[in-house]
Design a protein around this ligand. Structure first.
Ligand code: 7TS
Length: 404
């Protein structure tokens, strides 16, 4: 279905070697690689129309503004966001979450409860803990079952009239499991609670429709979806964004400034203080074009094939245990082999050219839940192949032989 050779030719980094071996990049959950179309877009911006945006009467500034706002429209359409003004450009997923949590005192009062899940990345835990401390609210946690899925019975029991906010990731970065966010959001709304879905791991691997999901806020990292680092997106329902106070003060986010009183600009500018990552936004637009050309349904189907194949192959290694071994998941496999330390395995297979992440994956509570120090995590993208998976499994086998 996908022309993998053609796709791979678009990613210059896939031609390089690491430690004398062809690079096999299986750390896509940390960051994706970038196609030449995105890399060239950054060069094009700085070469031909670098200027500050929204403020110049001169042609160059207008040109840069048109490209930046054009990218906003591409992002809007990609996630089925109703209006461009609901696409807030941020520096990344962490910034997007903090922008909401820092102003969420307008939604969360003293004595209220905020529900997070046990499989969150630290960036979707700590900002909410900080909010709870600030306003005197309590953090509640949806437990995770042995198979890596959320304990939905417990979730429904946690909901009560004090629940003010529910925050859950769409796909867990530590386990790869897809969470039932439609059910989670609908139940939260029945209790009058706001919702934020962390889409860092979903945005590049499935078709996301923010309106169908009905989330109040949805957050995205550009670098996980073939875009550059330093650019992300915060989507919010219009009413929710209007209620939320700005995260940062400065240029561009104001309507009128005087020493007596400042009024804020409308959306999206209220949340975009200062000069944004102009090149990053424009290049994210190019990443969206690239993903659209391949097709998110095609990407999801192909990556699922890789997931099934790699799961089978990893299970052939004696002592291998996969965490979150369920069918409804992204192409992320978190595993250990017997009592071998994940770091040792990762270091040895790196010598053989295979890049995986090892450790707690910024999700320490997940590791505590499974009583392990960390895992080896192989995470795939649409430019990976079954042949690469074979090389990884051989490398794993060698590592296990050396360490046992
Ligand atoms: N939420 C989830 C679910 C994530 O996977 C990540 C990054 C973040 C939030 C933070 O995104 P950032 O772009 O602001 O850093 N996850 C990972 C990872 O799994 N390995 O490295 C980064």
């Amino acid at each position: 279905m996908l022309d993998i050779n053609k796709i791979r030719a678009d990613f210059p980094i896939l031609k390089r070697e690491v430690n004398g071996r062809p690079l096999i990049y299986f750390d896509n959950a940390a960051t994706s690689q970038k196609p030449i179309q995105v890399i060239e877009k950054i060069v094009e911006y700085y070469t031909h129309y670098n200027a500050n945006i929204h403020r110049g009467v001169h042609s160059l500034s207008q040109e840069a503004t048109d490209h930046f706002e054009g990218a906003r429209e591409k992002v809007r359409a990609f996630f089925n966001i109703p209006q461009c003004k609901q696409v807030i450009f941020t520096s990344g997923n962490t910034h997007s979450i903090n922008a909401v949590a820092s102003g969420a005192h307008v939604f969360v009062n003293k004595g209220d409860e905020v529900i997070v899940s046990a499989v969150e990345h630290h960036s979707n835990i700590v900002p909410w803990q900080m909010l709870c401390e600030r306003v005197g609210a309590t953090l509640k946690v949806i437990p995770v079952l042995d198979n890596g899925t959320l304990d939905m019975d417990s979730y429904h029991q946690l909901l009560n009239p004090k629940t003010a906010f529910v925050v859950v990731n769409h796909i867990s970065n530590a386990l790869g499991v897809t969470n039932p966010i439609k059910e989670i959001i609908a139940a939260a709304h029945r209790h009058g609670a706001m919702t934020l879905i962390d889409g860092a791991q979903s945005c590049a691997h499935m078709k996301v429709d923010v309106q169908a999901i009905d989330a109040d806020f949805y957050t995205i990292s550009g670098h996980k979806m073939c875009g550059p680092t330093g650019i992300g997106v915060l989507y919010g329902k219009e009413e929710a964004l209007n209620s939320l106070p700005p995260y940062q003060g400065g240029g561009e986010m104001i309507d009128q400034v005087s020493f007596e009183k400042t009024t804020y600009a409308g959306l999206p500018h209220k949340f975009e203080a200062g000069t944004p990552n102009i090149a990053g936004g424009i290049a994210l637009g190019a990443a969206v074009d690239y993903l659209n050309e391949i097709g998110m349904e095609n990407i999801a189907a192909y990556e699922n094939e890789l997931l099934i194949y790699a799961t089978e192959q990893i299970k052939t290694i004696p002592g291998a245990k996969i965490y979150g071994d369920v069918t409804d998941k992204a192409a992320v496999i978190s595993f250990n082999v017997a009592s071998l330390h994940p770091y040792d395995i990762g270091t040895i297979i790196d010598k053989l050219g295979v890049a995986v992440r090892t450790g707690h994956h910024c999700a320490q509570p997940v590791m505590d839940r499974f009583e392990i120090p960390g895992t080896v995590r192989a995470s795939f993208a649409f430019y990976n192949t079954k042949e690469e998976i074979d090389v990884m499994v051989q490398a794993l086998q060698r590592a296990v032989n050396m360490l046992s």
